[in-house]
Design a protein around this ligand. Sequence first.
Ligand code: SIN
Length: 287
Amino acid sequence: MTIDELTSLGESQSSVILSKSCTLLPREGNPEPRYCDLPHGSINSMGLPNLGYQKYGEFAPLLKKYNKPYFVSVSGLSLADNIKIISDLSDIQEIAAFELNLSCPNVIGKPQVGYDFNQTRQVLGEVMRITKKPLGVKLPPYFDFAHFEEMAKILNNHKISFVSCINSLGNGLFIDADSEKAVIKPKGGFGGLGGEYVKPTALANVRKFYELLRKDIAIIGVGGIATGRDAFEFLLCGASAAQVGTAYQQQGTAVFARLEKEFAAFLEKKGCHSLDEVKGKLKTINN
Ligand code: SIN
C-alpha cells in the first residue's frame, strides 16, 4: 500500500510489483481489527484502505529502478471511478498493466461486481475502450460450472490480458469459542478467507478458466500458495504466474526468494526443463 511496502517488493525476489487496489479518493478502510491470522490461513475485512489512485501513479517513476513490471490494482467504487482512474493512469509510462479488481467482498453496501454478470459485461465494455495498456481482471471464486461458463464467455469477448483467480473467499466467519467473539470487527466478523482454506477452490477456478478462456488470456493463480509445491500445483492447473497474499502477509518479502528456490528445486526433482512441459498438464483419473 505504501511506497515503503512497494519499494520492499522492488528489492525482493518477486517478479512484479503489484499495488494495493486503489480507489478514486484515499480510504481509511474498515475499523480494526480487520485482519487475523488463522490456523490454516487468514481472514480479512480491510475495506480497501489505500492512498488514492494518484499516489499509485506518483509512485511509478520511483519504482522504475527495480526493472520489474509495476501493476496497479484498481477497485473504483463505481464504473465512473474506474474509468477516471484507468484513463488518468494510462498516460504514465512506468505502469506496465492494470489489474481491475471486480471482487472485493469487504466494502459495506457494495456487492462484488464479479458475481453480477451484466454489470461485469458493462464494466469491461467501457473500461477496455479507454486504455491501451494490458488489463486483467481479479475474479471472485466461482462454485458452479454454469457460472464459470457465463463469466468465461464475457471475458473471451474482451481484449483482456489476464485474470487473477481468486480473490479471497468472501464472507467467512471465524470465531473464538473462549471469548465467544468473532476475530475481526467489521461486518459482524464476516470477512474474506485466504491461505490454505481456499487453495482447492483457487485451483479449481484456475483449472476451469484454463479450459474455458482464450489461450492468449494468462491466468495468475492466487489462493493458498505457501510453498514451491503449491506453485507447481497452480502451474499444472494452467496458471502462468502466482500471486501470494496470506504467506506474504505472514512472512514478509522473504517469502518470494523461498518460493522461487523451492519451485525451482521441485521442477528439477521432476526432471522438468521448461514451464511449458507442465503448464496445464493436470492428469485426471480415467479408470
Ligand atoms: C480489502 O481491501 O478489503 C481486500 C481487497 C480485496 O479483497 O479485494
